[in-house]
Design a protein around this ligand. Sequence first.
Ligand code: 1GP
Length: 249
Amino acid sequence: GKVKKYLIDKISNNEKLHFSLLDPYKINSKDELKFIAKNLYDAGTDAFLIGGTLGVSKEKLDFVLSSLDDYEIPKIIFPSNINLLSEKADALLFLSLLNSDDIYYIIGAQIVAAPIIKMLQLEAIPTAYVIVGHGGTAAHVGRARVIPYDNFELAAAYTLAAEYLGMNFVYLEAGSGAPEPIKPEMVSFIKKTTNIPLIIGGGIRSTEIAIKLAESGADIIVTGNIIESDVEKAIKIIRGIKNTKYKGI
Ligand code: 1GP
């Protein structure tokens, strides 16, 4: 568990982490990718997360992974299905979509993927995936029974269940491009109930909201769309959360 250790060590050190989500379907050229990746790396992003729900072929995935070889941070696959597996990654979030109505996304895809992951010698990081609010394409495809933005108790119950199931992380997702991110108040409510590290993503477009989420207890902030549309904004988000500590608010 090299990558898991790298992440947990930083979190235990009270550091706030940032994941740069790159969607291979949305990346058009190697030059564009190199420009974005260098900027994010220099700003201090902690890992590249590679994934997307639609249009990701093995070729596109491998193209993105091999273009990131120059950087000394982990390349972690964020799989939407079993087509997102590659030996070129350092690890993958081994996700179970806990609030899916379809058993395939809870344990079906996982049993098909597990022997392949072993064969590829990929590090699998047990992660509960829980979709909140807007949900976006991930909720539609994953048949998620989304948790309303203001149902903090329900989100906390899922998170606690994930902790008792032995997951290492909980990824609370509002959906890529969501009009509203997860509320900082929800994160803070959950943080008071459980100890499990929280990954928060979906619809995070401003430094202010990223900082609020980190102060409320988000351990890892994920940004995707903003990286491709405005890398300068993504850089500000990274720098902003790096100066932030959990305030217990
Ligand atoms: C999606 O949480 C991520 O899975 C990132 O969302 O693209 O809205 O930043 P955005």
